[in-house]
Write a protein that binds this ligand. Structure first.
Ligand code: DC
Length: 251
């Protein structure tokens, strides 16, 4: 049984159940596009819950790796998913607990990115997390960030963004982030991070299940030459306009 745990529910509003569109702010885009930082800051600015779906794929990838499970469909994977305990969120923070282990920090290690990308190709993992993500959002206004939020998880989200940047810029940001975390990134060359980002793009965009693509009705934002505060200010305005159009009450 999966467990969804959210302490804070700051934006619950009964009126939002009356709207046809889902009250989710969907943010998708490739790795290093700045979408995570943007999504977090946007949720803070609006006073709503932030849901990082990549963290869930990371947790499953890490746990399967540690259990020595192969990344294939089959009875072993079904058994793993059927007995899985997954908890997201604690005190408004992005907290991840899998099978009673707090993996919040460890899922950020560089090698886990590859594991997450591998499990994200498995249809039954995607189905499991799709359900989990829909339950987490349950009618409240929230910012949900990932690769398929606007296309698959919440195609009826009232507002959607596709955040991107050039691959060179994204690799540079990822490298700097890894250095700042002082994890294995400190020993990684920028050129290697660029290759890793390119490979992950290919894998995320080329997979059969829920590939990374822009939803037709998403706002496209290229952050290559914009700083975060500029992007944030633009996105906050667009969310407000879309909320008014869709009749969604923001907190
Ligand atoms: O955003 P991230 O780097 O933490 O995501 C880790 C991996 O999970 C990434 O390779 C793509 C995958 N992912 C996905 O397939 N669908 C999502 N909604 C979120 C992440």
């Amino acid at each position: 049984m999966s467990k969804c745990q959210i302490d804070a529910n700051p934006s619950y509003d009964k009126r939002n159940f009356m709207t046809a569109k889902k009250t989710v702010i969907a943010i998708d885009g490739p790795s290093g596009s700045g979408k995570s930082t943007l999504a977090k800051r946007l949720a803070e600015a609006l006073g709503v819950l932030y849901i990082d779906t990549g963290a869930m794929f990371r947790a499953l990838g890490l746990e399967m790796h540690e259990l020595g499970l192969s990344y294939n469909e089959g009875p072993q994977l079904n058994e793993f998913l059927n007995s899985l305990s997954l908890i997201y969120g604690r005190g408004g923070e992005t907290y991840l607990e899998i099978n009673q282990k707090n993996v919040t920090e460890r899922i950020r290690e560089h090698h886990v990115s590859k594991l997450a990308s591998q499990v994200s190709k498995l249809p039954s993992v995607r189905r499991y997390l799709l359900q989990f993500q829909r339950e987490l959002a349950h009618g409240q206004v929230c910012v949900m960030e990932g690769r398929d939020i606007g296309t698959v998880v919440f195609p009826d989200a009232f507002t959607k963004f596709f955040i991107s940047a050039s691959v060179e810029e994204r690799a540079k940001r990822r490298w700097e982030q890894l250095k700042a975390q002082n994890s294995q990134g400190a020993t990684l060359e920028l050129a290697q991070v660029l290759v890793d980002v390119q490979k992950r793009d290919e894998s995320d965009m080329g997979r059969e299940e829920a590939p990374l693509i822009q939803a037709e009705d998403a706002h496209y934002i290229d952050t290559s030459s914009m700083d975060l505060s500029e992007v944030l200010a633009r996105v906050v305005e667009m969310v407000k306009v879309d909320a008014q159009k869709a009749g969604v009450s923001l907190p």
